[in-house]
Design a protein around this ligand. Structure first.
Ligand SMILES: [Zn+2]
Ligand SMILES: [Zn+2]
Length: 77
């Protein structure tokens, strides 16, 4: 909710390049072409995110990284 978080989120949005085309979900340990990911390195696949959405997002706009507590954008590609 802080200005700092908003700035970080905007900066993240600009980084559209994907260094690696595949990511490993930290939850189910499977490798996916797309995972939600936090800048701390935490990744979660769409299925796991969907399953855990009740605990990770309270507004459907951001999700909270369980690793570092960072707020990440939810729903934007
Ligand atoms: Zn998963
Ligand atoms: Zn994190």
């Amino acid at each position: 909710m802080t200005q700092e978080n908003q700035a970080a989120r905007q900066q993240k949005r600009r980084e559209k390049r994907i260094a690696k085309s595949r990511r490993q979900c930290h939850c189910c340990r499977q490798v996916f072409m797309f995972c939600w990911h936090c800048r701390c390195g935490f990744s979660m696949c769409q299925a796991c995110m969907h399953e855990n959405a009740w605990g990770l997002t309270c507004n459907g706009i951001t999700w909270t990284c369980p690793d570092c507590g960072e707020q990440n954008g939810y729903g934007n590609q």
